[in-house]
Design a protein around this ligand. Sequence first.
Ligand SMILES: *Cc1c(COP(=O)(O)O)cnc(C)c1O
Length: 380
Amino acid sequence: MNFPVSKFRTLQTPFYYYDRRLLEATLDTINKEASRYPAFRVHYAVKANVDSTLLEIVRQSGLGCDCVSGWEIQACLKAGFQPDKIVYAGVGKSDWEIRLGLEQGIACFNVESVAELEVIDQLAAEAGTTARVALRVNPNVDAHTHKYITTGLSENKFGIAMEMLPSVIAKIKTLSHVTLIGLHFHIGSQLLKLDPFTMLCARINKLQDEVEAQGIRLRTINVGGGLGCDYDAPDENPIPDFADFFAIYADHLRLREGQELHFELGRSVVCQCGSLIARVLYIKEGVNKKFMILDAGMSDLIRPALYQAHHKIEVLTSDSSEVTRYDVVGPICESSDCFGENELLPTARRGDLVALRSAGAYGQIMASNYNCRPIPPSIW
Ligand SMILES: *Cc1c(COP(=O)(O)O)cnc(C)c1O
């Protein structure tokens, strides 16, 4: 990526830099590849990043949005998304969040338990309306990703177990203020191999037959998100392979006449368009190592500390032709505040600018005020 380094030199670090052109190119690719299949509809999983400019660009591209909190629904409404393009998932929806969704007439509540169904039915009755719901089913498919971002195994807290589906559907038939419109799935995030998605299709095919045997016709199948991006080689693979991803579903899922297939893509939409830009504060000589101490840390980008994730580190301003091994760390008082060990980088000095690449998803949005640090701003 060509960073506007001379502009960066004038700015206070750390900040998130977003590349509008790459985001737009990614959205164009998504729309082009999805439009090969008339039944496909793509939502953006806004939990990956709610920067207001970013949301505006996503909205203009025509995608809907997938929310996991009432605050996210508010952010999407503020960004101008129509309620009929908003879906809402989450294992723990508060009453005010459900009421907000009902008042606004959002497209669908993705429901994760019978307890929640009963509350939605009651709140919808109070509001004098009927809620459209999809049941989030846990398909027990192993996403082979980090355990904190695996969501489709029976042992995870998400979704309704497959074997409980018939009884939940029987229950829905007794509720007068919810209408079952679909099934919802989301097996995990940062999947680089596509076989778990193929497996998911097989599960869904079987479940659809069972649901239809209970006399239910579904308007939508929602398969969530999960497509990963290339953190090791962001310049070689700036846009994930959406063609292959959509083709898996086109080839393996048996959709019914008139049925829509919904996707909720988060990371794959926004990951590569963002970088966290920091300055080198010090090069510290250890006994056996050199530490590159940045002015950005885990409060700004927590993925390395939380998921043992690795973001490619690029020194943007070094004029040295030599390389040095560094442990690249932040200023926070935690040993997990480390972006990389033994990184072979151009020899750097105090004041050099560094980019932590592929930080557009689950970066700025997961930033915290730990150590009283401010949330890094956005630069476009
Ligand atoms: C997080 C989430 C997504 C998006 O996942 P990505 O891996 O970022 O694509 C989609 N659907 C639901 C329900 C989610 O919780």
